[in-house]
Design a protein around this ligand. Structure first.
Ligand code: ADP
Length: 613
């Protein structure tokens, strides 16, 4: 058995792996960048090695530094987690060549499944149904357009090296094909260094269903049933669950058997996931589910499988990597209950899901109601360098409705501040009638997402409680309904004046600021004073850069009249585009940037002055 394990990752997955390794009596070694010096995974591991500057390509993605850290600390195995180097066959080989155990599949399995076209060909040969389409070598635009016409519109152009929902273009009609192809190839070349594409039939009413598989070095392969990850935003998973709603036993048998065949075809060892796409226009049917790709690693959403099977997948990974057989036979595995996971991100859904960074002054998640996998704690600085997922909230129930209700309650009981999160958005998504009914396709958020991103506001009840807590006791003591001496306490909330009526005698001024937490959101209440005004920056129209980045477009000029919500600036940060918008109607009083400018966090980019006319 592995004695000491280096975890080549960070955040929640590093902490998740440390937890199981510790339970198994394995010594754990963390690696960390400058930005992560005080991170939770560093605190939890038995030892930690600094491997470089904050950007991942100078630290977490530098294989040599990680192998050197393993050698220096006497680790005998490396677990890559997910992302970073987890699906890098050259790194896996280098780990093995260094005489270390690689907690993952053979490098040849990673390579076989690495490119979408090669993987699909291999799967078709192994008798696994694949999405109809073209996956050949010829890439001439006119030739590809002919293939698209044969497949029938709408089609999806996919970069063969794509991942993370990037490098895909849906094309609805032949007239749009050539432009979409060029744009997809440009993005693929820039993001993945490979402009090859394949063309697929675009599946209508698509559901994303995947099967957890596991192989060992003794030739055994089992599956641990399916997960449904159909609730997606821009092809990225938002909420995952297991089992899949509406999956009957016959379809499940066929799907899981296909997944096992897929894993066997590449002599798979360790934890892997076979992703399928289903046409759910007429429920789930075995002849309408096709192979999409294989992820040759542990998935973000593995906890829902653990919850319904009782298996610790990280324990299995460590045992299998140590040469042991898979602990259970297929017949010993069964589905018990229902599990649901929500990905909690440090981002602001009311501002186009812009990542939100800063220190977590308040970070509370109710782990007594379910499972919380996180890599942060109160006081952690959420930096702009890595994926903004700060926690996974996982609920378990006897049935789907119970799991859904518990997950919603867990999110409602969360309190995170001042970093913004998507918790209110997740609560709204969980309450969507289609989600409640278990009939979600991957387009749901695209169609109905706007209503889920409405700015949440505290209820009168929450405000009154808050007011009661911050007004002086002398005022509270005389509190009674319908008292003749009605006073009001006014507060500043997100730059807006909020008035709460208090009934009772008293003359003192309210005490200082406090936080109000309700329904998964947190607001700061500051006593409002008539003289001198609010005094803070919250109400003024200063548009600061929320993170370091590059200005890619400036949509306004100084002196322009703008209306609330109007796009002012497009910023590129963390490889994504973010729109900065006007907070209220007004005039562009100051404009301090130009397209192409690199900006620091909190740089004043634009100032809007209220239209007082
Ligand atoms: P990535 O590797 O970028 O994650 P995938 O091939 O796994 O790309 O696809 C990501 C998502 O895109 C799927 O979960 C699904 O929502 C959507 N998708 C992929 N292929 C199709 C298709 N043929 N038709 C409709 N939607 C698709």
């Amino acid at each position: 058995m592995i004695q000491s394990l280096l975890i080549a990752n960070r955040g929640e997955i590093a902490c998740r792996i440390i937890r199981t390794a510790r339970e198994m009596g394995i010594r754990t070694i963390a690696v960390y960048s400058d930005a992560d010096a005080k991170a939770l995974h560093v605190r939890q591991a038995d030892e930690a090695v600094h491997i470089g500057p904050s950007p991942a390509r100078e630290s977490y993605l530098v294989g040599e530094k990680i192998i050197a850290a393993a050698k220096a600390t006497g680790a005998d195995a490396i677990h890559p987690g997910y992302g970073f180097l987890s699906e890098n066959a050259a790194f896996a080989q280098a780990v093995i060549d260094a005489g270390l155990i690689w907690v993952g599949p053979n490098p040849s399995s990673i390579t076989a499944m690495g490119l979408k076209d090669g993987a699909k060909k291999l799967m078709a040969e192994a008798g696994v149904p694949v999405t109809p389409g073209y996956m050949g070598e010829t890439q001439a635009p006119a030739f590809l357009a002919e293939r698209a016409a044969e497949i029938g519109y709408p089609v999806l152009i996919k970069a063969v090296a794509g991942g993370g929902g990037k490098g895909m273009r849906k094309v609805d009609s032949p007239a749009d094909f050539i432009d979409a192809l060029a744009s997809c190839q440009r993005e693929a070349a820039a993001s993945f260094g490979n402009d090859h594409v394949l063309i697929e039939k675009y599946i209508l009413t698509p559901r994303h269903i995947e099967v957890q598989v596991f192989g060992d070095t003794h030739g055994n392969v089992v599956h641990l049933f399916e997960r449904d990850c159909s609730l997606q935003r821009r092809h990225q998973k938002v909420i995952e669950e297991a089992p899949a709603p509406g999956m009957d036993e016959v379809t499940r048998e066929a799907l899981c058997a296909a997944a096992v065949r897929a894993a066997q075809a590449v002599d798979y060892v360790g934890a892997g996931t076979i992703e399928f796409i289903a046409d759910a226009s007429e429920d789930l049917r075995a002849d309408r589910i096709w192979f999409m790709e294989m992820n040759t690693r542990l998935q973000v959403e593995h906890p829902v499988t653990e919850e319904i099977t009782g298996v610790d997948l990280v324990e299995w990974q460590l045992r299998v990597a140590s040469g042991e057989p898979i602990p259970l036979q297929q017949e010993e595995l069964s589905i018990n209950g229902w599990a649901m996971e929500a990905r909690l991100y440090a981002e602001d859904p009311t501002k186009g899901f812009l990542p939100s960074i800063g220190t977590l002054e308040l970070f509370q998640l109710p782990d007594h109601l379910g499972r919380v996998d996180t890599g942060v704690y109160e006081g952690t600085e959420v930096s702009p360098f890595y994926d903004p997922m700060i926690a996974k909230v996982i609920a378990y129930g006897e049935d789907r409705e119970e799991a859904r209700a518990i997950l919603s309650e867990m999110l409602e009981d969360s309190a995170i501040w001042p970093v913004k999160t998507n918790s209110a958005f997740l609560i709204n998504a969980l309450a969507h009638p289609d989600f409640v009914a278990g009939s979600v396709d991957t387009g749901l958020i695209g169609r109905d997402g706007d209503a889920m991103t409405d700015e949440p506001a505290p209820t009168i009840g929450a405000l009154t409680n808050a007011a009661m807590a911050i007004v002086p006791r002398s005022l509270q003591a005389g509190f009674r309904l319908n008292a003749p001496d009605v006073r009001s306490a006014a507060f500043l909330l997100d730059g807006k004046r909020v008035e709460v009526e208090l009934h009772g005698p008293g003359t003192e001024e309210p005490a200082p600021a406090m936080l109000v937490a309700e329904g998964g959101s947190v607001w700061q209440l500051t006593p409002w004073r008539a003289e001198g005004g609010p005094g803070g920056a919250a109400g003024d129209g200063a548009i600061l850069s929320p993170m370091p980045g590059k200005v890619i477009a400036v949509e306004v000029a100084a002196g322009d009249t703008v209306s609330k919500g109007q796009k002012l600036i497009t910023l590129e940060a963390m490889k994504m585009e973010h729109s900065l918008t006007a907070p209220f109607d007004g005039v562009v009083a100051e404009l301090n940037t130009t397209p192409g400018a690199q900006v620091q966090v909190e740089a004043l980019l634009v100032r809007i002055e209220k239209d007082e006319a």
